[in-house]
Design a protein around this ligand. Structure first.
Ligand SMILES: [Zn+2]
Length: 225
């Protein structure tokens, strides 16, 4: 292995200064374009916003060290992508349909403490990811949740039941989300697949909603503030 060739090759002091200047220049351009796009920081991006960022990606980074790329070409790419972004954003503000096509629409994933499985299947969010998102938002079991909505930027919005209306529901913490072994009568159990919650009357039931056969002991603890 020729380590000098890998790490240094034909880099001389002139190209070092060249790279420092190019990086500084592109950094300023990136900042200006992002500020001018009107975005306020990026926690999570919609698909359309992600396309905008990806479009800028290599136009931003490559000219920093590829010394044969004139900076004007990169600035041109930035200008064109920004203009497209602005035009499309404007079209979306005029027409809801365009917005739904480009950004998707929010989807309900919980209603009355139950997972809406059929709709959920179409989403790219796995049950693990979804439970993690709920736990971060202080959900301990689904009986606390009246509605949960998957937003277009991938975040989950939750409408909680008021304290007095909290019902029995499926626990979502790993130490509680586990298969109940000895089912007892009159105890509440939740389907581990869809969250359907029943008070046990006869023997081992099958979930009437989804046909699943694994049950976890339900909780009805209110949301801790
Ligand atoms: Zn079920």
């Amino acid at each position: 292995m020729d380590w000098k060739e890998i790490f240094i090759s034909n880099t001389d002091w002139e190209s070092v200064f060249n790279i420092v200047f190019r990086t500084f220049f592109m950094f300023v351009i990136i900042l200006l374009v992002l500020r001018f796009s009107g975005k306020r920081g990026v926690r999570q991006l919609s698909v359309y916003e992600l396309a905008f960022i990806l479009g800028l990606g290599s136009a931003a980074g490559d000219p920093m060290f590829q010394l044969d790329i004139p900076l004007i070409q990169s600035v041109l790419v930035f200008a064109v992508v920004l203009i497209f972004y602005k035009i499309i954003t404007y079209l979306m503000s005029l027409n809801k349909k365009v917005e739904h096509i480009l950004e998707g629409s929010p989807v309900y994933i919980i209603k009355d403490g139950k997972l809406l499985i059929n709709q959920h299947e179409h989403q790219s969010l796995s049950q693990d990811e979804f439970f993690a998102e709920l736990r971060i938002q202080k959900v301990r079991h689904l009986g606390q949740v009246e509605y949960a909505l998957l937003e277009i930027n991938g975040e989950v919005s939750i409408l909680f039941y008021p304290e007095k209306e909290v019902r029995y529901g499926l626990p979502i913490y790993p130490h509680e989300y586990k298969r109940a072994e000895n089912l007892q009568e009159n105890q509440y159990y939740s389907c581990m697949q869809c969250g359907e919650t029943v008070q046990l009357t006869a023997d081992m039931p099958q979930c009437t909603s989804c046909g699943h056969k694994e049950w976890a002991v339900s909780l009805n603890i209110p949301v801790t503030p």
